[in-house]
Design a protein around this ligand. Structure first.
Ligand SMILES: Cc1ncc(COP(=O)(O)O)c(CN[C@H](C(=O)O)[C@H](C)O)c1O
Length: 349
């Protein structure tokens, strides 16, 4: 197949579609700090409804969505948040909950399937509250899909159980739902049912559904009121954001339906890669749009080197570990792109 550029670095790389660009150009806007931008209000209402929560707020990134959510729930210095040792909040958000919020992270091991053992979560809750040695546990964070475990979907029953545990200990539950639409499509369960037990969710519109910018956090009215004040504190109070929210609305209306294709392509690519003698892929673990590929542990040709060679062929992927490559599918990858990528890997390994 003919040489081309296939960008599989992440599902954050999608470019706005024509429909998004015209929606952006025609967006109705107003100052979202002095009042409300009407298109932002429309987007926030729609996402709150999708998630089955009282209110919602647009934020420029998933990282800010998680940070604000954690800081609203953990509103005193010396609070503690229980989260996965392989969670995005813990690994890729610069420790913001600590550096900006004075919140102490208490990690629990992420199992291969993305969950944390419920008994281990309970063991991490600081009891008794107020013990002279203890931070105060305030929050449990889950991530659905769990990206670093390979885009694994957390089952609804599991989330409900964690929700019961949170209630039992008077804790809040936040879900990093950067790819909650992928989970919903893969599980065949509506978003609002998946997140039913959560007090707050951060939902990325700029990932698989392809908006150019933005996430939306959802929760109770009082949660969002506090979140709005905190967003302003963080410099996230924005003006005519209807331009961005208009594109996000198009993403919601046009691209959620395409996620199943991303998952199908991921499965086909994973099976093809796994047929290459010297490459290993755990195909059953490919539930959504993320594939991890284990390459031979050759000290002279690790994941960094392999990614460079692939880049020379036009295939953009990133090293996940010394001998592991990550591939993320999105709606701007075609079937022939998948064949091209497969042929490049076959050539290389
Ligand atoms: C589960 C989860 N939660 C939050 C975020 C943060 O979203 P942004 O701050 O990038 O909008 C990400 C981004 N993930 C990005 C990617 O996968 O390419 C990188 C790793 O930051 C995420 O995967």
């Amino acid at each position: 197949s003919t040489r081309r550029t296939v960008d599989l670095r992440s599902d954050t790389v999608t470019k706005p579609t024509e429909s998004m660009r015209s929606a952006m150009a025609n967006a109705e806007v107003d100052d979202d700090v002095l009042g409300n931008d009407p298109t932002a209000v429309r987007l926030e209402k729609e996402v709150a409804e999708i998630a089955g929560k009282e209110a919602a707020m647009f934020v420029p990134s998933g990282t800010m969505g998680n940070l604000i959510s954690v800081l609203v729930h953990c509103d005193e210095r010396g609070s503690e948040v229980i989260l996965g040792d392989d969670s995005h909040i813990h690994i890729y958000e610069n420790g913001g909950v600590s550096s900006l919020g004075g919140v102490h992270p208490r990690t629990v091991k992420n199992e291969e399937d993305g969950t944390m053992e419920i008994s281990s979560i309970e063991a991490a809750v600081r009891i008794p509250k107020g013990d002279l040695h203890h931070p105060v546990t305030k929050l449990i964070c889950l991530e659905n899909t769990q990206a670093n475990c390979g885009g694994r979907c957390l089952p609804v029953e599991y989330i409900d159980k964690v929700g019961e545990l949170a209630k039992k200990h008077d804790l809040k539950l936040h879900i990093d739902g950067a790819r909650i639409f992928n989970a919903s499509v893969a599980l065949g369960v509506p978003v609002k049912r998946i997140v039913q037990a959560a007090d707050s969710v951060s939902i990325c519109l700029s990932k698989g559904i392809g908006a150019p910018v933005g996430s939306v956090i959802v929760g109770s009215k009082s949660f969002i009121t506090k979140a709005r004040w905190l967003r302003k504190t963080l410099g996230g109070g924005m003006r005519q954001i209807g331009v961005l929210c208009a594109a996000a609305l198009v993403a919601l209306h046009e691209n959620v339906a395409k996620l199943d294709d991303d998952h199908k392509k991921a499965k086909i690519l994973a099976e093809g890669l796994n047929r290459i003698e010297r490459v290993r892929v755990n195909v059953t673990a490919v539930e959504t749009n993320i594939i991890y590929i284990d390459i031979p542990e050759d000290p002279k040709f690790g994941a960094e080197d392999a990614c460079k060679s692939l880049e020379a062929l036009g295939v953009l992927v990133i090293p996940q570990a010394k001998f592991r490559i990550r591939i993320v599918l999105h709606h701007q990858i075609s079937d022939s792109d998948v064949e091209y990528v497969l042929s490049c890997f076959e050539k290389m390994f």
